[in-house]
Design a protein around this ligand. Sequence first.
Ligand code: M6R
Length: 606
Amino acid sequence: MCGIIGYIGPREAANVGIGCLRRLEYRGYDSCGGAVIHDGRMEIRKGAGKIDEINRELKLDSMKGNIGIFHTRWATHGNVSRENAHPHCDDNEKFSIVHNGIIENYSYLKEQLAKKGHAFSSETDTEVIVHLIADYYNGNLKDAVLRALNDLEGSYAICVISSYEPDVIIAAKNESQLVIGLGNGENFIASDIPAILSETKDFIIMENREVAVVSRDYAEFCNLEGTVIQKKIQRTELDAASAEKGLYEHFMLKEIHEQPRAVEDAISNRISEGRVILEGEFPLSANDIKRIIVVACGTSWHAGLVGEFMLEEIARIPTEVEYASEFRYRNPVIEDGTLVIAISQSGETADTLAALREARKKGAKILGIVNSIGSSIAREADYVLYTHAGPEIGVASTKAFTSQLAVLYLLTVYIGDKKGLLPQQQVQNRIRDIRKLPLQMQKVLGKSEAIRKIAEKYSGKNNALYLGRGINYPIALEGALKLKEVSYIHAEGYPAAEMKHGPIALIDEHMPVFFIATKDERTYSKIMGNIEEVKARNGEVIAIASEDDEDIGKKAHIVINIPRSSYILTPLLAVIPLQLLAYHTATLRGCDVDKPRNLAKAVVVE
Ligand code: M6R
């Protein structure tokens, strides 16, 4: 999705701004550009393509001027072209804007402005905003922006500059994320914190319908009515290196390898004296939770499915998992005692946020399980359990997923303990099990090279099937999602028993079938049956199996061993080989793993 950077200070804005803009590339984009003001004149350079290409051609980062706004565009209104790339400006090039979001009433506004003589040069919804501002300008940029914003319906994060007032950037936010970074004699505006972590650790997070006037020395805030608002400065503990690739070739690989640390960080401050301690973050009484509904999208939805299994198994609370995009448009029944858990890495996914609001309207209490600190879901939920995985830059979610699972596990044990369902010894055993995980994960990561060799064998395939049962059925879904999103190989995930009800028709000697076939009392023998069924149809079987399973080698063509853990924690280990497999397959196929085509890191529009 679109990314925004603004800079005002003593340095060359384009040089700083384009550097920061590169850190927003992971969000997904198709064009980019920037506008600066120098000697009272606005200069805009932009084009369709990646930052490096456009920079080679147009020298974006060499523009002169100490104030500038910069943008990566992910097309919504209008195709991918130079004309539609941001920044957009008014007829006289006195004002320019970058925008993230969707203006729903733009057609009407465009018509009105055209009648007044405004000429439009793009097909975007964004361009109407800058024409409106030019139309309203009467010697005060902030006032003109406020008037324009009051005409808009829809979502926006914007930065506006004008050569009439070259010492301020006006920023505003409604639904789309925007933060102000405070420097020493310079200030920054960005779509997210990691983009400007190298410049500052002091941030002000903007809320909906707020406007900021940002100069070199100050940032002042007001609401859409112009009433002044006092904002809190927050200091982040994240360091700039957490948003850099370091020695790894790709963010995805780095983040896969960060999982032991991410799980450690998710659990370490929440365990004390043999108990899970969540009272401070989640003060709701466990006995008051009669039913749980999880809302999420994509990988976070898969985490919800694993969570459902955990919560029903251990905490004995009826749990349903809903696609947030479906939940928000139904008329869901929310009874007294319903807790809605919104799971999201970014905390900005539009559908999950809308589902949360729908649930709140109906009287549910909301718990957010969120990675991105200070994000919209984290702020709007009644309670939040941060996953503490650190910035996840690769579009494919990896460490965010396992840390979501770790938090769901802690939540489950916590509720089970509070409800008196788990004797103290069992609580301690459960805690011991998860404490072992980081080391066990490390062991699985040691198989990366072996998994690359397996990927070599299958990287030329066009299809793949992923099968699992019980708590590992969502891992089959997640394995398939990882493969398709980064390697563009068509992949399906299914509960293994469902295979007979249709997908079995796909199986022949060209079909690799990945089984999660770890040892457990409930489903192991059934999975072995499913493996036989695939082999009988000449399918190639690759099994993720427990390291003490001596028989599986006789059944599967290829075996990837993972350490034995308690059944309920196997998803956190079983998913790692599938993440590595997707990664290696994609790189072997020459795909851009960190920025797969058409995808955005945070889906902030419907
Ligand atoms: O930020 P969120 O967790 O809310 O994002 C949800 C999905 O968009 C996300 O998990 C998506 O499916 C990823 N590309 C998966 O790797």
